[in-house]
Design a protein around this ligand. Structure first.
Ligand code: OOG
Ligand code: MG
Length: 259
């Protein structure tokens, strides 16, 4: 018998909480897109009950590199919480995750509540800041494999994020080179225009999708525009740097295995 939305939300929440992978839901039951977003909302509800606070939204599969790496070709969105934010100088404990990967992103800080569709021309007026960022994703599914509906239900693999220094919103972030470096070696290279042609399009897109879903973006929210390159698995002791042309460097350290 098919499991209920709430059972599946508990399954995914527990998988994240205990860092233990579960089989893909789509292998045993059919989910619609609206079921998938309902599971996501219900599983986040469990985090809020434990005291986590929403901090914003993320988009996924906004670049070709990501779509091809994961075999999903539609834009998805997920929810960020304060517990996912890696504070300055904090190390990531790999054992708290299943199989974490890191990817470079552009982040926006929202200045005013957005509760409607906005155009590309007016999008800059909703920005309080822009920054380079690193997102850590950790699919709760075995082997990091999923269908479109599976990954949406799993809050789009969201697990942690680091934001670089917030810069003025008129700092150029379009068509800027991005390099993901691990232990001093460039492991991914891309450009911010790989994100929907311009990362600002991610903001326009999420405003539209959230409006259709009856959700709003609050002032002070963080938006992760989606990775510009493929994601790379993290190992204990890794020193990760996102080098963002015009936006500076974002650092993330994974604790050594014996720390
Ligand atoms: C899903 C999340 C995708 C992005 O930036 O494209 C994403 C995944 O790849 O596990 O965060
Ligand atoms: Mg991402």
């Amino acid at each position: 018998m098919a499991q209920s939305i709430d059972c599946l939300a508990t399954l995914l929440d527990q998988a994240a909480f205990s860092a233990k992978a579960v089989p893909q839901i789509s292998l045993s039951q059919k989910l619609s897109l609206s079921d998938a977003y309902a599971i996501q909302a219900a599983s986040l509800g469990k985090r809020y009950e434990r005291g986590e606070k929403p901090t914003g939204f993320k988009l996924g599969f906004t670049s070709k590199a990501k779509m091809e790496q994961m075999g999903v070709h539609e834009i998805i969105w997920g929810r960020l919480t304060d517990q996912m934010e890696v504070k300055h100088g904090e190390e990531l404990q790999k054992e708290k995750f299943i199989h974490p990967r890191v990817e470079p992103e552009i982040a926006f800080l929202i200045s005013d509540r957005i509760d409607r569709v906005i155009s590309m021309e007016e999008a800059p007026s909703f920005l309080k800041g822009v920054a380079g960022a690193l997102e850590v994703i950790d699919s709760r599914y075995e082997n990091f494999k999923f269908s479109l509906e599976d990954v949406i239900a799993d809050n789009c693999s969201s697990t942690a994020y680091v934001i670089g220094e917030w810069l003025a919103p008129d700092t150029p972030f379009h068509a800027q080179d991005i390099t993901l470096q691990i232990n001093g070696e460039a492991v991914q290279q891309g450009n911010s225009n790989a994100i929907l042609g311009n990362p600002l399009a991610s903001l326009v897109e999420i405003a539209r999708i959230l409006h259709e879903n009856g959700e709003v973006i609050e002032a002070g929210a963080v938006i992760l525009a989606g990775a510009a390159t493929s994601a790379v698995y993290l190992q204990p002791g890794d020193k990760v740097e996102g080098l963002f042309e015009g936006l500076g460097t974002v650092h993330l350290t994974v604790a050594k295995a014996d720390d």
